[in-house]
Design a protein around this ligand. Structure first.
Ligand code: ADP
Ligand code: MG
Length: 611
């Protein structure tokens, strides 16, 4: 056993650095947060070789006094909190006073700064085991520049873990993007090996903010996103959500900010997923940039330096608010909104050309969906076979559904205005409807579109009729835990609302006496079990509703016009008008797009036709 001894300052800092400094992107995050904490309105980030060779962050914040320069580099040195009470109300991004010391222990750091009061720039460098510092004059405007060279030069084991220049830069760019989306009032410039990658000017107007969001997330996202801004009971949600048809294979375009801080949180993710449930293609991820504002007293911002978690005092209310706001927003999108957004983005694009090429991300093309068949189709067929006897209720519900042959609006020559999806001109191979609208050509997948409009009407009919409950001749007995039985008792009312009667028949036994008619054939035991475990884990469950929707969806699928059916022009127009009037009509029940637009400009491009 070695004798007990004090760690040298550098070693102590290096150990701390293990937590804070994982790779170049973590350095960038710390430096940028410091700049923002210092009140900077303009930040320039210069990167060499993915950040491994050099990271330089220059800001116009309030700067650091000559006397404090050396202190800024030492551990447990901060200007942000003075007492434990400050922790409660901390509004700065950092406050542990660890970042600069940690970074300086594993890299060559120079800190140059000036303040208004001081009027002359000074710089400090640190070296050696004890991290003693060297101070020298160095011209600098008010603000601060931190240069970090040769990251992990003295910890070769960690340096080995750095990935390629490109990968490290991607991580680091992601950090800049997140902060750029959280602070529209600050300008950001990011250069890599002297090439400008992002130049984002401060954006105070909504249009400028849309432009920044577009430069960060790509114009394809913005063209397929809707803007929302909703306030209720002290909660405010604003931002942009991608239309379901603009889903992604990765959860890589999801930005959620709580009171301006980036947050990755289970409750948030769950609420958002649930809002997209009925409209998202299986296994795909939604895209969004969302800002939640809450009374700071109602949220604990986790003090973990790298994780981005929050704890809401009233998680249930936040969950419900997020879910219902997003659910509504997605339901209300009409083709006309989508077309308006697309032309809005084209306009923004036209006025921000200089930076566009550098800024756009690879686009997610709608063509990706073309080759995919319905994965759920087999299952739906199977399920439907089991629901043969359900025909009755199917017929009853369908009799509400107006037949397609009776168009609600007729396309006549006098019609003064062209409707958003235009007028049908032809049917293509019995699958697509071609229509002409103001912007050019509209192509509609007729089965997908009809399936969605039928589904939405079945849901509406179901809601209006209320749940038709069906008493069971032989009640289903379920063995559960004491806790689950208690939960079932507690939520007896919720079960009744959904058409179930669930009673406690013993300490660990439940009896199901009644189920909704539509779920007669479902596995009652499994469903009740799943609902109880949802209730125990999250305090809510939308499983029964999801199950009912699944059945309505398969009914809609079978009740809709199949491919290869000839439609007359009035029938096609009727479908177009239905789509304009129906919630969520932009995607079929499986989340694939139901229609697409080719503008005259796009067509002209195809034919090299100048205008
Ligand atoms: P923390 O941010 O947790 O306080 P840091 O090690 O990141 O700890 O920074 C230490 C101190 O250095 C900060 O509290 C702040 O006073 C000062 N500082 C760091 N970066 C800047 C900057 N860009 N502009 C002004 N002051 C800064
Ligand atoms: Mg800091």
């Amino acid at each position: 056993m070695a004798r007990i001894h004090l760690l040298s300052p550098r070693l102590a800092n290096q150990i701390a650095a293990g937590e804070v400094v994982e790779r170049p992107s973590s350095v960038v995050k710390e430096l940028l947060e410091n700049s923002l904490d210092a009140g900077a309105t303009q930040v320039e980030i210069d990167i060499e070789n993915g950040g491994a060779r050099a990271i330089r962050v220059r800001d116009n914040g309030r700067g650091i006094d000559k006397e404090d320069l050396a202190l800024a580099l030492s551990r447990h040195a901060t200007s942000k909190i003075g007492s434990i009470d400050d922790l409660e109300a901390v509004s700065s991004l950092g406050f542990r006073g660890e970042a600069l010391a940690s970074i300086a222990s594993v890299a060559r750091v120079t800190l140059t700064a000036n303040t208004d009061a001081q009027g002359e720039g000074w710089k400090v460098e640190c070296e050696g085991q004890d991290m003693e510092t060297r101070l020298a004059p160095s011209p600098h405007p008010t603000g601060c520049t931190v240069e970090v060279r040769d990251l992990f030069f003295n910890t070769p084991a960690r340096r080995k873990f750095l990935r390629t220049e490109k990968t490290e830069f991607k991580h680091l760019e992601e950090v800049v993007k997140r902060l750029a989306l959280s602070r529209f009032d600050v300008g950001f410039v990011l250069r890599h090996n002297q090439r400008v990658v992002h130049n984002l000017r401060p954006a105070h107007q909504v249009q400028d903010q849309e432009r920044r969001a577009m430069m960060v997330c790509g114009s394809a996202f913005m063209q397929n996103a809707i803007h929302l801004d909703m306030e209720r009971a002290g909660l405010r949600l604003s931002g942009w959500v991608g239309l379901p048809a603009f889903s992604r294979s990765q959860a890589d375009l999801q930005y959620f900010f709580v009171n301006g801080r980036v947050v990755k949180d289970k409750l948030v993710t769950h609420a958002v997923r649930q809002a997209y449930r009925d409209v998202l293609y299986h296994g795909r991820h939604p895209a969004y940039i969302l800002y939640l504002e809450v009374d700071p007293a109602l949220v604990d911002v986790n003090v973990h330096p790298t994780k981005h978690e929050v704890r809401f005092r009233d998680g249930r209310t936040v969950h419900d608010f997020l879910f219902s706001t997003l659910h509504r927003a997605l339901a209300e999108v009409r083709p006309q909104d989508q077309l308006a957004q697309q032309s809005n983005v084209r306009e923004i694009e036209a006025t921000s050309l200089p930076y566009m090429e550098q800024a756009t991300m690879p686009l997610q093309s709608r063509a990706n969906y073309a080759a995919s068949s319905t994965p759920a189709a087999g299952r739906v067929e199977e399920q439907l076979a089991g629901y043969q006897h359900m025909r009755q209720s199917v017929d009853a519900l369908e009799a509400l559904v107006a037949p397609l042959e009776k168009p609600s609006v007729l396309a006549t020559a006098e019609e003064p205005e062209i409707p958003p999806l235009g007028f049908a001109v032809a049917q293509l191979h019995g699958i697509y409807i071609l229509a002409e609208n103001e912007q050019g050509l509209v192509v509609v997948d007729m089965h997908a579109a009809h399936e969605r409009t039928t589904y939405e009407r079945l849901k509406l009919a179901f809601e209006q009729q209320g749940v038709v409950a069906q008493p069971l001749l032989v009640p289903v007995s379920i063995a559960v835990s004491d806790r689950e039985a208690g939960c079932a008792e507690e939520y007896a009312d919720m079960f009744i609302q959904l058409g179930f009667v669930v009673e406690r028949a013993g300490p660990e036994t439940l009896l199901v006496r009644q189920v909704p008619g539509l779920l007669r054939q479902a596995d009652t035991e499994q469903l009740v079990r799943d609902v109880l475990s949802d209730m125990l884990a999250q305090g809510s469950s939308d499983r029964i509703r999801a199950h009912i929707n699944e059945i309505l969806s398969s009914m809609a699928c079978h009740g809709s016009v199949r491919a290869n059916r000839r439609l007359t022009i009035p029938e096609m127009n009727a479908l177009l008008r239905q789509m304009e009037a129906t919630e969520r009509s932009g995607q079929c029940n499986h989340g694939r797009p139901t229609w697409t637009q080719m503008t005259m400009v796009e067509l002209d491009k195809l034919f090299l036709r100048g205008r």
